[in-house]
Design a protein around this ligand. Structure first.
Ligand SMILES: NC(=O)c1ccc[n+]([C@@H]2O[C@H](COP(=O)([O-])OP(=O)(O)OC[C@H]3O[C@@H](n4cnc5c(N)ncnc54)[C@H](OP(=O)(O)O)[C@@H]3O)[C@@H](O)[C@H]2O)c1
Length: 250
């Protein structure tokens, strides 16, 4: 059964990994979907994969001007939004003492400020019954060495989801979070580390994982679909962890 028939959705960071899998699944379930990203090539590939009815928008989640432009394009194409997935984020593993002010500002502009203002600017398009889903991370509770800026930003998002859930439920808008553990996406290749170092970290993740493997982007997308759909009509301010049990022993 299709769960999003006649619905419209915007997925930020929808040109890769979890965002792309989510956009694809939403379309399979009958939604009209817009995605954002920065990279023109992966946006083009995503557009091809998602089909002509999808709207692929080049938009920097760290720029309020870009966010407003993307939402204006969504308004023009769809007229309203039923589902917003605030998913775009960057991770740049860096030892604490080496984090520069510029890096701190850049990561927070995309991962925290960008999400905050994407939701705020999307509000006029969100009608009663709408669902906002924020992609957090299990690092928001567990912490993660070399990810101090990223993990703290995700913790801020967890808090934001609680506040907005309370503030917006009166308008019929549900706000929830999906919190992935290690998921196999192109994101790992963007860490700026040598391939062997990334592989060593990935091997360690698998060794520590109760499920004994990485998760797939589709497994996170299925949870986003649940939160987006009427199946989650009484789910408000929740964070659903999708990590194969990774965070349980912590
Ligand atoms: N994979 C995991 O293990 C894992 C674990 C916990 C949480 N997460 C979270 O899951 C979400 C998706 O990550 P992923 O693993 O799917 O990584 P990914 O494949 O690297 O996807 C990240 C997406 O975000 C977009 N993005 C990054 N900065 C952006 C910006 N300034 N403006 C617009 N788009 C931007 C990227 O597009 P461009 O390259 O075009 O900018 C890309 O589409 C993120 O919030 C991440 O923190 C992932």
């Amino acid at each position: 059964m299709q769960k999003l028939t006649g619905k419209t959705a915007l997925v930020t960071g929808g040109n890769s990994g979890i965002g792309l899998a989510t956009a694809r699944l939403f379309i399979e379930h009958g939604a009209r979907v817009a995605i954002t990203g920065r990279d023109p090539e992966t946006l083009r590939q995503a557009q091809e994969l998602l089909g002509g009815d999808a709207l692929a928008l080049q938009s920097d989640a760290g720029s309020i001007e870009d966010i407003e432009r993307a939402l204006a394009a969504v308004r023009e194409r769809f007229g309203r939004l039923d589902v917003l997935v605030a998913n775009a984020a960057v991770a740049q593993p860096t030892p604490f003492e080496q984090v520069s002010e510029q890096q701190f500002d850049e990561i927070n502009a995309i991962n925290y400020k960008g999400v905050f203002f994407t939701i705020q600017k999307a509000l006029p398009l969100l009608e009663p019954g709408a669902s906002v889903i924020v992609t957090t991370s299990i690092s928001n509770a567990a912490g993660a060495p070399h990810f101090s800026v990223y993990a703290a930003g995700k913790a801020a998002l967890r808090s934001l989801v609680r506040s907005l859930a309370l503030e917006l439920i009166g308008r019929g808008i549900r706000v929830n979070a999906v919190s992935p553990g290690p998921i196999d996406t192109p994101g790992f290749g963007r860490w700026g580390l040598p391939a062997e170092a990334v592989q060593a970290i990935r091997d360690e993740f698998v060794r520590k994982s109760p499920a004994g493997r990485f998760g797939h982007a589709d497994e996170v997308a299925q949870v986003a679909l649940f939160l987006a759909s009427a199946d989650a009509s009484y789910v408000v301010g929740a964070e659903i962890v999708v990590d194969g049990g990774f965070s349980l022993p912590l």
